[in-house]
Design a protein. Structure first.
Length: 718
């Protein structure tokens, strides 16, 4: 099915007319409409219609219950080729709920003519069988002269001026200088229409001179339904359009008075509501809705309130309440606030629509209130943080990230607060807690996050402090999803950040039939690798771990320890040749049998002969693989994925269940994204365990307790 192209014109409020509605959009075109009733006695229906200058003509014939034959003749008497017509059916359940031009339910025959001839066209509809059917013919010509009639509103109250307009365009150009007149008909008095003139001269209610919108106001109307037939003439051009509206008895109106006050429902000294009381005059008693908007002067923060009340005739008051919780949430500054867009609606009886009775766009200002006057929870977590990196050992790297914020409570007592730190991608970098006595009012509190966990994540900031929970005395709990954001720290600013290095080679082998054949060999010649005396690593004391992990989405990761057990690590060489060697020929400590670390060289060799390597190649390919070698506070990492010479899994395409990943010349990566919680060398694990020796036992707390995990810190000095 194809649909016509029509010019859409946006019409703003008509001049200074008090009842001009908001912006509306109308479609300009030349249209005609006809209906038919075909049966064995009347098998043919003919419809003629004029077409002025146009760029496209759409003819749509809809038959409700039986197919029909359609022929279309142009002004020269030539028939269109019916084989080019579109034929389709719209089921009742597929039709728009309110009906729509060219989309009625039924059997459609539709023709589209580009650049149609000007003149009189003829559509002939005939039955194609012995059935009967009702139907309609719609024609729409677009381009050229197009007109549309519109009212500023669909109904008016007695005493109001009804604004009517004709929009006229020639293509996309406003048509000016035309003569536009209209006949106004009232249902029941159709025989005596009233002649009115519409002008495009900028006089009220016409908004702008020469914009192609011809308008006028109609006064002195009595209740009833009205039809406006409008006729436009300019030179040889002639067009007609029509619209209708309703006039109803007066309903109600604002009398211009208002007041506002705070309402304290529980006598605790705080306002639970702010009430706006509007004076109204009711002409038609019934149920009314009142709405108003409060807005912060000079800002965009606002809130809408509403109320419904049954009002008798005469002078009345209707109150619109605004809840304290909503005002605290949406208003960004203390009152006075602007009172805007006050509306009074008459609620329709069953089967009748609601009707706008009155509207005042500016009702002045409220009295002065502070947000602190408004009802609030016992405890509030004040958004916003102050944060600082703390370097405890003066080595230029942050050991901790200190975060402080404020808690505002109305009940003094002992409190606990918890929260977490997240990277921009949502990764949790630390969870911590604090506790202390809070007096009433604002109290600064804080957290300290472990800098090593931040650095080891290899994730840059700004970081988000969130998931804040505060609990203490009964009914004093509070939560806040997001407290604030840190500065744009780099992970390299913190202890524990990995040293990103280049990689020479990586070999991983797997055999689905013999996992003891699994092999990992890693070599790097990066000069940032430092094993010389005084360069910060001591493998004899701390041992090491090798973490192998997929960086292409499989999430597979394995940690292989190279411990100090049984003197496996030994020193080698002197001076610039000083380094460490690891040897475990019998695989007593794990699958790694050899390693060497010295200035500019890191090599690790592991074979699963007696101890397993829990890293498989059971995917079709690996894509890229990361390596992290950690000893005490130092982690070297790299990612192989650029120059991959072999990459096959233990399943197809490699035969006999053997897989291999072989890569070389890995560049220094921008980030290693080492999976956390997989690999913790023995020395680090012991130190992490000791960090929690001073934590309180929260298991028996009457309020529960959110304990931080190992590797984070605990703050109590508040």
């Amino acid at each position: 099915m194809r649909a016509p192209t029509a010019l859409l014109v946006t019409v703003l409020a008509l001049g200074g007319h008090a009842w001009a509605q908001d912006t509306q959009t109308v479609s300009l075109s030349q249209r005609s409409y006809d209906i038919f009733d075909l049966n064995p006695a009347t098998t043919v229906h003919v419809h003629t219609f004029p077409v002025r200058t146009a760029t496209r003509l759409v003819v749509d014939v809809t038959a409700a219950s039986a197919p029909v034959d359609v022929s279309i003749t142009n002004p020269l008497g030539a028939s269109l080729n019916s084989a080019t017509f579109d034929r389709f059916t719209i089921a009742p359940e597929d039709a728009p709920p309110l009906g729509m031009l060219l989309l009625e339910a039924g059997n459609h025959v539709q023709a589209i003519v580009d650049a149609p001839l000007s003149g009189t066209w003829t559509v002939t509809v005939s039955l194609s069988g012995a059935m009967t059917t009702l139907g309609s013919i719609v024609t729409v010509a677009t381009g050229g002269l197009g007109v549309a009639a519109t009212m500023s509103r669909p109904y008016y109250q007695v005493g109001e001026s009804a604004a009517v307009a004709l929009i006229a365009f020639d293509g996309t150009t406003p048509l000016t200088g035309a003569t536009v007149t209209a006949n106004l008909y009232q249902t029941g008095s159709e025989g005596s229409p009233t002649l009115i003139t519409l002008r495009d001269d900028g006089s009220d209610p016409d908004a702008t001179t020469g914009d192609g919108v011809y308008s006028t106001g109609i006064d002195g109307l009595t209740p009833g339904h009205y039809l406006v037939d409008i006729e436009l003439e300019t030179g040889s051009e002639h067009a007609i359009a029509s619209t209708d509206f309703e006039v109803i008895a007066t309903l109600a109106r604002f009398d211009g008075t208002k007041s506002d006050s705070g309402v304290d429902t529980d006598a605790d000294g705080l306002f639970d509501f702010i009430n706006l009381d509007f004076g109204v005059t009711i002409d038609t008693p019934g149920t009314y809705d009142a709405f108003a908007v409060l807005r912060v002067p000079g800002g965009t923060a606002s809130i809408q309130g509403g109320a419904r009340d049954t009002l008798a005739a005469g002078a009345q008051t209707i109150a619109v309440p605004f809840a304290a919780s909503d005002l605290r949430k949406y208003m960004t500054a203390d009152a006075p606030w602007q009172i805007r867009e006050a509306r009074l609606l008459k609620v329709g009886d069953p089967g009748e629509p609601d009707r706008l009775a009155d509207r005042v766009d500016d009702f002045g200002l409220t009295n002065a209130y502070t947000l602190g006057n408004l009802q609030r929870p016992t405890t509030l977590i004040v958004p916003g943080i102050v944060e600082n990196g703390i370097d405890t050992d003066a080595n230029g790297l942050f050991d901790q990230l200190s975060v402080s914020f404020q808690i505002d409570t109305r009940t003094a007592g002992s409190y606990t607060w918890t929260g977490d730190l997240r990277a921009p991608d949502g990764t949790v970098l630390g969870i911590t807690s604090g506790q202390g006595f809070l007096d009433t009012g604002l109290t600064p509190v804080g957290f300290t996050f472990d800098g090593r966990s931040i650095g080891a994540s290899d994730l840059n900031g700004p970081y988000t402090v969130g998931d804040i929970a505060v609990y203490g005395p009964p009914d004093a709990a509070a939560v806040l999803a997001e407290l604030g954001h840190t500065r744009a720290y780099s992970a390299d600013n913190f202890e524990g950040a990995p040293v990103r290095i280049s990689g020479k080679t990586l070999l991983i082998k797997d055999d689905a039939h013999a996992t003891t054949h699994r092999t990992i060999v890693f070599v790097s010649n990066d000069l940032k690798i430092g094993a010389m005396l005084g360069m910060g690593i001591d493998l004899l004391a701390d041992g090491a771990s090798l973490q192998v992990y997929n960086t292409s989405g499989t999430s597979e990761s394995v940690c292989i320890n190279l411990p100090t057990i049984s003197g496996a690590w030994k020193t080698t060489g002197k001076g610039k040749s000083f380094g460490y060697k690891y040897k475990d020929a019998h695989f007593s400590n794990g699958p790694c049998n050899a390693a060497i670390v010295k200035h500019g060289l890191l090599k690790v060799s592991c074979v699963a002969k007696t101890k397993p390597i829990n890293y498989s190649l059971d995917e079709a390919t690996q894509g890229s693989v990361g390596i992290a070698f950690t000893t005490d506070n130092t982690t070297y990492c790299t990612v192989f994925g650029g120059k991959v010479t072999k990459d096959s899994g233990t399943t197809a395409p490699k035969a006999r269940g053997k897989g291999q990943f072989q890569a070389k010349t890995a560049a220094i990566p921008d980030t290693c994204r080492i999976p956390q919680g997989i690999c913790t060398p023995n020395a680090l694990a012991a130190r992490a365990a000791r960090r929690h020796d001073d934590l309180p036992d929260c298991a028996t707390s009457p309020h529960g307790c959110k304990l931080p995990p190992r590797g984070t810190t605990h703050t109590t000095n508040y």
